[in-house]
Design a protein around this ligand. Structure first.
Ligand SMILES: NC(=O)c1ccc[n+]([C@@H]2O[C@H](COP(=O)([O-])OP(=O)(O)OC[C@H]3O[C@@H](n4cnc5c(N)ncnc54)[C@H](OP(=O)(O)O)[C@@H]3O)[C@@H](O)[C@H]2O)c1
Length: 161
């Protein structure tokens, strides 16, 4: 089963200059809780934006570059989106963690979306794709307000797989 996890603002912005825009400790905690022990799948640019390889998670990084090598047992490099699509039929849940290029290619194949909806309008250069909320059942809607940032944790499940 393929799921997706993302933090998105009201302009559908997810990042700027290959970085996240917000630092929301509760969101990072939620990301860790949801993905710990699981496989996380990301584009090469998102991988390079991480401060470090994330502990206790298997990383799959997609790039067209056949010479791209990461010598770490927890990182696998793939070159074709088909290598990700095969996880759709796996019983375990794997997570698409970004960025824009990967979200836009994979959103239609994701059964669940774990979103942090940030209620602000910063500009950026990376966006989350449009999707129709009516195609999903909302499993979670939790409102938060911390340090002047208002955000919601949402989980959606696709109605028709
Ligand atoms: N808010 C959030 O939740 C969140 C989460 C993650 C990332 N982000 C943000 O998103 C931004 C990065 O997004 P992005 O779209 O620029 O980059 P990205 O999706 O992370 O990575 C794009 C790269 O992935 C590879 N790729 C994509 N599709 C491929 C395919 N079909 N086959 C083979 N390789 C493929 C290519 O690598 P090569 O160029 O090496 O071929 C491409 O340049 C950053 O600002 C980051 O902070 C936000």
């Amino acid at each position: 089963m393929i799921s997706l996890i993302a933090a998105v603002n009201k302009n559908c912005v997810i990042g700027k200059n290959n970085k996240l825009i917000w630092h929301i400790p509760e969101d990072l905690k939620r990301f860790k809780k949801i993905t710990l022990g699981k496989t996380i799948i990301m584009g090469r640019k998102t991988f390079e934006s991480l401060p470090k390889i994330l502990p206790d998670r298997k990383h799959i990084v997609i790039t067209k570059n056949k010479n791209y090598l990461i010598s770490d047992n927890s990182v696998t490099i793939v070159h074709n989106i088909k290598d990700i699509l095969k996880y759709k039929n796996y019983p375990e849940e794997v997570f698409i963690i970004g960025g824009e290029k990967i979200y836009s290619q994979m959103l239609p194949c994701c059964s669940r979306l774990y979103l942090t909806e940030i209620m602000s309008f910063e500009d950026g250069d990376a966006h989350f794709p449009e999707f129709n909320r009516e195609d999903y059942t909302m499993l979670e809607y939790e409102k938060h307000y911390d340090k002047n940032i208002e955000y919601n944790f949402l989980t959606f499940e696709k109605k028709f797989q």
